[in-house]
Design a protein around this ligand. Structure first.
Ligand code: F6R
Length: 612
């Protein structure tokens, strides 16, 4: 969603801020803006791409200066207009502010400030915060920028990451955080603040994340951190676990394509050091301390959204099938508001790539408050969800920049498989059975590599159907969530209407949609429900639908049923989603490219959804 970059140092801020904004583009945005202090305050904002903003500020000599803040906005309060884009200003002191998050009590604050004579020029909650800081700003009485920010934030409810400058303090940058990530990068004689490490790493690899309710005051010489109640805090500056190569395209056309092809490597890294086939054990350092509680657990609830929900659904199957523990999977957004029953022995697992999804974070907070053991299956280290969990397992998939999640999905399924085996082995599973599944799991990256070799034929088959506006994705058992994921991938980047469902459900209504030539993608790999899937395929064929099947290598029978077939290597049913999803990811990718869409920046979508 929204992105923040801010700079104070010895270099020109403008190019650095623009480069930072471009690195944040993947998060999704609809407008951008920048403020630079150069004698006075200079602000520019533009609807649309960062390049529109670039055209404005590059032509303007006002934007030469070494202190500045910048933002990409994804509209929440107020439409996509220049007036609503950040930075927002106060009306008296030359204060400018960029903000990620939502100020929940903005309406009451706006009424108060309007009564005090302030005039608003936007519909945003952010302008209210800028105006409130300005109202409190009174350096003659000790209320300098830092103190005014602290005081304003004590009045605010909601979530925020902010960076603030003031033309009356040309050597000061103030930033703060509650519930929305913000990192302070500490370079040599310079500081880069950003909502995402990708905007920092080109300049410094030393950084610290701000904690909730903390305010950081940066001057040209140093930084100091305190709470909003002005209690000093000492942050720990750490090495960023990210290098430039990971966030650059490196020969690929799109990040989504790069990340699809990175899956074998990501999975190997995800599993490295965690599996011991000879002993039949899974070693998950993050869970070791909680092993006794996990063994005794009576119920596991998995909460997530979007693609992460689909991997969590596979997790539900895995936990019941392998670990024999009752499991259920739920939209985090539904779980948090339905007064869920958490009894003794309940474990709640939040699954999330970003670790910032607002609903998933809130669901886990709710579950923890009700006494559940709170676990996380997260990719981004140090993000908000792992900060509140009791324990968890990181995906180690590396940064995922394409908005459409791909390698995080397969890594989530791999981690949930390992968690299930971790529990299974301590409950009912023999070392032999666990060892043999581990050996199969270790082969999954090689098998995905073989599927990736089908790239050209997948493109050719996609081309045949790419003009069709309605598609179905069908699967059973472990591959019902795979079907949901295939449909989601297609719709989010190619804007084709696609529905995923259990193959058996089709007869209960959706079959009415099938007309001549409608593409129906079946996950029809060898497994316990193979014959049933064949019957469902016949139902589609006899109504004129075109069947594209993902089938197991060596299955000749499938040609009697499907018009087009993608063969994937044989893999045990419980591990098959990680391999079967790959042709579906590639189909969605090619469909979007063939339709001329911006694959990495699909319309209306944000990489991490930090609002409800
Ligand atoms: C789809 C996609 C989204 C995310 C969802 C949850 O490709 O990326 O559906 O999966 O917004 O995000 P995380 O995993 O960051 O919690």
């Amino acid at each position: 969603m929204c992105g923040i970059v801010a700079y104070l140092g010895h270099r020109q801020a403008r190019p650095l801020l623009l480069e930072g904004l471009k690195r944040l583009e993947y998060r999704g945005y609809d407008s951008a803006g920048m403020a630079v202090i150069n004698g006075g305050l200079h602000v520019a904002r533009a609807v649309g791409r960062v390049s529109n903003l670039e055209a404005l500020v590059t032509a303007d000599p006002g934007f030469t200066g070494t202190l500045g803040i910048a933002h990409t906005r994804w509209a929440t309060h107020g439409g996509v207009t220049e007036a609503n884009a950040h930075p927002h200003r106060d009306d008296t002191n030359g204060i400018a502010l960029v903000h990620n998050g939502i100020i929940e009590n903005y309406s009451a604050l706006r009424t108060y400030l309007t009564e005090r004579g302030h005039v608003f020029t936007s519909e945003t909650d952010t302008e209210v915060l800028a105006m409130l800081i300005g109202e409190l700003y009174d350096p003659a009485h000790g209320m300098d920028l830092e103190k005014a920010v602290q005081a304003a934030l004590r009045e605010v409810t909601g979530a925020y990451a902010i960076a603030v400058v003031c033309e009356r303090e040309p050597d000061t940058l103030v930033c703060a955080r509650k519930g929305s990530p913000l990192l302070v990068g500490v370079g040599s004689g310079e500081f880069v603040v950003a909502s995402d490490a990708s905007a920092i790493v080109a300049h410094t690899t030393q950084a610290f994340p701000l904690d909730d309710y903390n305010v950081c005051k940066i001057t040209r010489e140093k930084f100091t951190t305190s709470t909003i109640h002005n209690v000093p805090v000492t942050p720990r500056v750490e090495q960023l676990e990210l290098d430039l190569e990971q966030i650059e395209l490196g020969g690929y056309s799109h990040f989504m394509q790069k990340e699809i092809f990175e899956q074998p490597r990501a999975l190997r890294t995800c599993m490295r050091g965690r599996l011991d086939a000879a002993e039949g054990t899974v070693v998950l350092g993050g869970l070791r301390q909680f092993a006794p509680q996990l063994v005794r657990s009576r119920r596991v609830i998995l909460a997530a959204q979007g693609t992460a929900l689909h991997s969590a659904m596979i997790g539900e199957y895995l936990l019941e099938d392998l670990a024999k523990v009752p499991a259920e999977c739920e939209y985090a957004s539904e779980f948090r508001y339905r007064n869920p029953i958490i009894e003794e022995g309940t474990v709640v697992v939040a699954v999330s790539q970003s670790g910032e999804t607002a609903d998933t974070l809130a669901a886990l907070t709710e579950a923890k408050e009700r006494g559940a053991l709170a676990l996380g299956v997260i990719n981004v280290v140090g993000s908000s969800i792992p900060r509140i969990t009791d324990a968890g397992v990181y995906l180690r998939a590396g940064p995922e920049i394409g908005v459409a999640s791909t390698k995080a999905f397969t890594a989530q399924v791999a981690v949930l498989t390992m968690v299930s085996l971790f529990m299974a082995r301590r409950r009912f599973m023999s070392a032999e059975q666990c060892g043999s599944l581990i050996r199969e799991l270790e082969q999954v990256p090689d098998k995905i590599e073989r599927v990736l070799e089908l790239n050209d034929s997948i493109r050719a088959i996609t081309e045949k159907y790419v003009e069709r506006e309605n598609w179905l994705f069908l699967g059973r058992g472990y591959n019902y969530p795979t079907a949901l994921e295939g449909a989601l991938k297609l719709k989010e980047i190619s804007y084709i209407h696609a529905e995923g469902m259990p193959a058996a459900e089709m007869k209960h209504g959706p079959i009415a949609l099938i007309d001549d030539g409608m593409p129906a993608v079946f996950i029809a790999t060898r497994g316990s429900q193979y014959e049933k899937v064949m019957s469902n395929i016949s139902e589609v064929r006899s109504r004129g639908g075109h069947v594209i099947a993902v089938a197991t290598e060596g299955d000749q029978e499938i040609h009697h049923h499907a018009q087009d077939v993608f063969y994937i290597p044989d893999v045990p049913e419980c591990l098959s989603p990680m391999v079967a999803v790959v042709p579906l990811q590639l189909m969605a990718y090619h469909a979007a490219v063939l339709r001329g869409h911006d694959v990495d920046k699909p319309r209306n979508l944000a990489k991490s959804v930090t609002v409800e």
